[in-house]
Write a protein that binds this ligand. Structure first.
Ligand code: TD4
Ligand code: CA
Ligand code: ZN
Length: 314
């Protein structure tokens, strides 16, 4: 079933101490396996689209793309017997937020984390007003998404990661529904130079101060089996490293409820696609090439639902 407000899914996860995967899509090839994984695991799921996904789907017109994506998600969600929400990931301006709202999204993220604190606060407050009057919820971000290195000083760490006191003030003054605190993750396939590590003390304090559903960005695990497979069939991905499953589980234990995942789906899809292209060289039917890649996405999504504890929570 299509969930009109993502808050329904995340408030429940917050009370039940589990995480819900938020998976990025650009097209039907990613959406279909995510939905069938959720149905098979009886798990709630959040589908999300970046501004880039909206433009891609709309062939340059993000408003049209938002509508195409939302119509597709609603159609598949309404056929499924699990809660499925649609979220705008990293919205940067009011135009994209309004396009998502008008297309019928269940929630939006306003990411003004690169702006000075007071600017982030005022833009987020404006988005909260608009989104709440449309009956949907809002995610905002505090701090910078960068990996933490062992040799980084406390003051440097304070300058980049979320400030828990600021988080409390931000939540109280904006009325935001979910918060993404920077605790040492980053986007993409290269998250850590050395050992994977997150600032759990900071996470626990933010949770204690805000008590709201928290979001982990850059949460992909970058599974070595798919990186190796991609490289075996012609890719050149060196030094890739993600957030291992045990660290994801710990993040959920300390209060993460929405777990953003894009890179893991990209890597699995590309690895399987390369393998199929290599093994079936006469093949020119894209559907036959895409099917195994779509199956890999379903496998990755189901595995994450187990790790996050959302299985059977539909
Ligand atoms: O917010 N995200 C997903 C980012 C999607 C970017 O899409 P565009 O290329 O269209 O801008 C995450 O936090 C996912 O993190 P991950 O660990 O999967 O990279
Ligand atoms: Ca940001
Ligand atoms: Zn993100």
């Amino acid at each position: 079933m299509y969930v009109k407000n993502t808050k329904e899914i995340l408030d429940k996860a917050n009370k039940g101490y589990y995480g819900v995967g938020a998976f990025n899509i650009n097209d039907l090839e990613f959406l279909q396996p995510i939905v069938s994984a959720a149905v098979e695991k009886a798990s709630p799921v959040i589908i999300e689209t970046s501004e880039g996904a909206m433009s891609y789907a709309g062939d340059g017109d993000f408003r049209r793309g938002a509508k195409i994506l939302a119509d597709m998600v609603k159609t598949l969600a309404n056929e499924a017997d699990v809660p499925i929400a649609l979220h705008l990931d990293h919205g940067h301006d009011i135009d994209h937020v309004v396009a998502a709202i008008q297309a019928g999204y269940s929630s939006v993220m306003i990411d003004a984390s690169a702006k000075p604190y007071e600017k982030n606060l005022s833009l987020t407050s404006e988005v909260v007003k608009i989104a709440h009057s449309a009956g949907i919820s809002v995610e905002a971000e505090l701090g910078k998404l960068v990996g933490i290195e062992d040799n980084v000083s406390v003051s440097e760490r304070d300058a980049t990661l979320v400030d828990p006191g600021e988080a409390k003030d931000f939540v109280d003054r904006t009325g935001v529904d979910f918060l993404a605190p920077a605790i040492g993750t980053s986007h993409g396939a290269f998250k850590f130079k050395g050992e994977a590590k997150l600032d759990f003390d900071r996470l626990r304090t933010v949770k204690e101060f805000t008590k709201m559903p928290l979001v982990l960005h850059g949460a992909s695990s970058v599974l070595p089996r798919f990186v190796e497979e991609a490289n075996k069939y012609g890719a050149d991905i060196q030094g890739a490293k993600g957030v291992p499953y045990d660290i994801l589980k710990e993040s959920v234990k300390y209060g993460i409820n929405k777990v953003n995942t894009d890179t893991d789906l990209r890597v699995a899809f590309i690895a399987e696609l390369r393998k199929t292209l290599y093994n079936d060289k006469p093949q020119i039917d894209p559907r036959k090439l895409f099917k195994p890649a779509m199956a890999a996405i379903k496998e990755v999504v189901m595995e994450r639902m187990e790790v996050l504890g959302s299985v059977g929570k539909a």
